[in-house]
Design a protein around this ligand. Structure first.
Ligand SMILES: Nc1ncnc2c1ncn2[C@@H]1O[C@H](COP(=O)(O)OP(=O)(O)O)[C@@H](O)[C@H]1O
Ligand SMILES: O=c1ccn([C@H]2C[C@H](O)[C@@H](COP(=O)(O)O)O2)c(=O)[nH]1
Length: 249
């Protein structure tokens, strides 16, 4: 079998219509059915930087489908709470949470939408390059767990097309995020110290501003996110054209 024939015969058997091999995938990756011409915008940023608030604002625009992070799944998978477990004991449960997050993010990237524009909260890339990386670098993820997660990530990104047209980076100071996080008062996050948000911030800056750490899958539009809600809405409006055209120029 050539790659294409093998994939097609597998998918014929699967009969899900979810993924298919199509000729326009020049790299021979599996691609989503019927999603070729749709724009994908990912909103990245620290915890409590205002991503959900941004998505909620744009959800009122017609022709946009908004996909918030499936945090409810991360807090309850068949009666278990991997998010809470990870914060209690990151060394033991980091891989459990991040494996599940990788799966749910992939599922969101591959889901089909009727709208021509899809706006997603974070991405499979952010989960790996920021959160997995942070667990590993801080010594809280054993090397074998990091290796297994990395193998999974590389297989997925090398074999499945996960197109992103624009990354909107909500750049915020860790202190402001910490204040907002405390106000939001999500039970599992009560133990998050400022240092954790500072580490996440640094990884985001290295990835999307300094561009020194990992591959960036799309152009980046930076929006300063420390302002109050009124000013944020003003900034969203100022950047509306760029965001919805999927271009940062
Ligand atoms: N610009 C803002 N100014 C003040 N509070 C904000 C602002 N944006 C969001 N919030 C509040 O901060 C908390 C975190 O915002 P949220 O949108 O949930 O962040 P994220 O999705 O990035 O974790 C929420 O309680 C939200 O109402
Ligand atoms: O890959 C990931 C993504 C997110 N998380 C954690 C961080 C927060 O506690 C929640 C939700 O993130 P928000 O930024 O508030 O949307 O999930 C993680 O540990 N790993």
């Amino acid at each position: 079998f050539s790659n294409q024939t093998r994939a097609e015969s597998y998918l014929e058997t699967k009969k899900s219509g979810y993924l298919t091999m199509q000729s326009y995938s020049s790299q021979g990756k599996l691609v989503r059915n019927g999603e070729k011409n749709k724009l994908v915008i990912c909103i990245e940023g620290n915890i409590a930087s205002g991503k959900t608030t941004c998505l909620e604002y744009f959800s009122k625009t017609s022709n946009i489908e908004v996909l918030t992070e499936p945090v409810s799944k991360w807090r309850n998978v068949r009666g278990h709470n991997p998010l809470g477990l990870m914060y209690q004991d990151p060394t033991r449960w980091g891989i459990t949470l991040q494996t599940y997050i990788q799966l749910t993010m992939l599922d969101q990237h591959l889901s089909t939408t009727s709208a021509p524009i899809r706006m997603m909260e974070r991405s499979i890339y952010g989960a790996k390059y920021i959160f997995v990386e942070n667990l590993y670098r801080s010594g809280k993820m054993p090397e074998v767990d990091f290796a297994v997660l990395s193998e999974w990530f590389e297989w997925i990104t090398q074999n499945i097309a996960i197109p992103v047209d624009l990354i909107v980076y909500l750049q915020s100071s860790p202190q402001i995020c910490h204040e907002r996080l405390k106000e939001r008062c999500r039970e599992e996050e009560k133990i998050i110290p400022l240092e954790y948000l500072e580490a996440i911030h640094q990884l985001y800056e290295d990835w999307l501003i300094k561009k020194t750490s990992f591959n960036i899958p799309a152009p980046v539009l930076v929006i300063s996110a420390d302002d109050d809600l009124q000013k944020m809405i003003h900034q969203f409006e100022e950047n509306r054209e760029k965001i919805l055209s999927g271009r940062n120029v």
